[in-house]
Design a protein around this ligand. Structure first.
Ligand code: ACO
Length: 441
């Protein structure tokens, strides 16, 4: 039987090393023994975007990007999207198993117990400018929650961790709805705990003068499915941010605020907003060839296409495409869907996209659904953040349970060697120009 090891020969010294292989990885720390002299700090691996580096051991989500597979705790995403609910999936992700009937009833009760936010949080949100981006409001307000719950600092106390987990999953929709209503100049709506998790969220968003808001069951279910699809995605940018910040033993509100901040970028959670902008800009199918030409010329990217991990159709995109048609039955057809479908058809046949294995990702169709449901574009990443909170918290708790050390990567230093300080009146402008050329500031 072949040995699960890797033999490395250092051609600088001729020495040979045998490194153990565990789950298709070698330990970067094992490279440190490869050194020129006892004083040498040894070899390190260079991986700036952590593209081929496993930063943790995890049991939460499994992705096979080649085959287009996503599973939460072993359950295929397709089965969960069809048969489960977001709250049940959140339980699965956080606790590791699907709940029994009794445990699910307790979980639902415990989540509903925390939907209301402190009155001062309301005033806090009111302090934002009328045109504040809801994602900025969300990031700031979630971070501020740590000041309302000082017990959150007891991260090694399991009861405290459980309470903060429920609070976060419960309060994110409330804060998100406040951010939305703030931008519209509307009063905030109190949570309605008779409704489902997503039904209550829709009520807090869209309730006007009616005594009781009754969400459309198709839209309520569609949003729930979208939340299921976004609940976790292993070590993506925002989850890595959560684990890195959490490794300093910051409280979970700071951890989730950091993760949400990472999510706000257009390369991550902001991409579905850009997809809608792009589809609107194209406007009609006859303008697609022009756009494809620009993309192939390297002038722009096809938003909602491509993924660091999936080199096949993103399984979430397939489910979302189906949900879109169900939503249109209620809202009417969003005309940009025709542009999206044709764009996908053309791109999937084009050599450029085929060669690079660029397929639609989760964001390609989600924005079209959100728009049809009446969400302004700026709310798209906020919806993503609500769903991903269960994943972030689960990953944070797992990181603590694994007793991980504080994240502290290395760098490859390319800067100046030691030099002496020159007094200000003895320096000329030449050095300044060089600094600008190097992009430093
Ligand atoms: N349109 C056109 N070309 C693309 C696209 C795209 N959307 N994505 C990648 N490519 C090309 C690149 O130009 C590159 O081509 P080259 O080899 O000729 O230089 C090649 O495909 C590889 O691209 P990378 O940038 O190396 O891929 P990476 O894994 O770093 O990027 C990313 C992944 C950021 C998702 C990228 O595909 C992208 O920008 N997509 C558009 C934005 C988007 O939809 N983001 C949402 C991701 S899903 C999520 O966060 C939930």
């Amino acid at each position: 039987m072949p040995r699960e090891t890797l033999t490395v020969i250092d051609n600088r010294t001729g020495r040979e090393y045998e490194l153990p292989i565990d789950h298709k990885t070698i330990r970067a720390q094992d490279l440190a023994q490869i050194r020129l002299s006892p004083e040498d700090s040894g070899l390190a691996s260079f991986d700036p975007a952590l593209a081929n580096t496993a930063t943790c051991q995890s049991r939460i989500a499994y992705i096979d990007g080649e085959k287009g597979i996503l599973r939460y705790r072993g359950y295929p995403i397709e089965e969960l999207a069809e048969r489960s609910s977001y709250l049940e999936v959140a339980y699965l992700i956080v606790k590791g198993e699907l709940p029994s009937t009794t445990h699910f009833a307790m979980w639902r009760h415990n989540i509903k117990m925390h939907t209301i936010v402190h009155e001062n949080v309301k005033r806090f949100v009111e302090g934002f400018r009328y045109d504040a981006h809801p994602m900025g409001i969300l990031v700031g307000t979630v971070g501020a929650l740590s000041t309302f719950y000082p017990d959150a600092k007891d991260i090694h106390d399991i009861e405290s961790r459980r309470v903060q987990t429920r609070r976060l999953i419960s309060k994110l929709p409330t804060i998100a709805a406040m951010a939305y209503r703030h931008s519209r100049g509307l009063s905030y709506v109190l949570p309605d705990n008779d409704l489902s998790y997503t039904g209550n969220f829709l009520s807090m968003l869209f309730k006007m003068t009616e005594l009781k808001y009754r969400p459309d069951p198709i839209l309520e279910r569609a949003l729930d499915v979208l939340f299921i699809l976004h609940a976790d995605h292993e070590q993506n940018c925002s989850t890595t941010a959560a684990r890195v910040v959490g490794s300093s033993h910051a409280d979970p509100y700071s951890v989730v605020a950091a993760a949400a901040a990472a999510l706000s970028g257009p390369r991550h959670g902001g991409a579905n907003e850009d997809v809608v902008h792009m589809l609107r800009e194209i406007g009609s199918v006859d303008r697609i060839p022009d756009l494809i030409k620009q993309v192939k010329g390297g002038d722009r990217r096809l938003m909602g296409f491509g993924h660091r991990v999936y080199k096949n159709y993103d399984p979430r995109a397939r489910i979302i495409k189906q949900v879109a048609y169900e939503v249109f039955e209620v809202t009417g057809r969003n005309p940009i869907i025709d542009v999206a479908l044709e764009l996908e058809r053309i791109a999937l046949q084009d050599e450029y996209f085929v060669e690079r294995r660029l397929y639609p990702n989760v964001d390609f169709y989600s924005g079209i659904i959100y728009e049809a449901m009446g969400f302004p574009l700026a709310m798209f990443p906020v919806l993503f953040a609500i769903a991903r909170t269960s994943g972030w918290v689960a990953q944070w708790a797992e990181m603590l349970a694994n007793d991980e050390r504080i994240a502290r990567p290395k760098q490859m230093y390319l800067g100046e060697e030691e030099r002496s300080y020159v007094p200000l009146d003895q320096r000329d402008d030449a050095g300044q120009l060089e600094t600008e050329i190097r992009g430093a500031y």
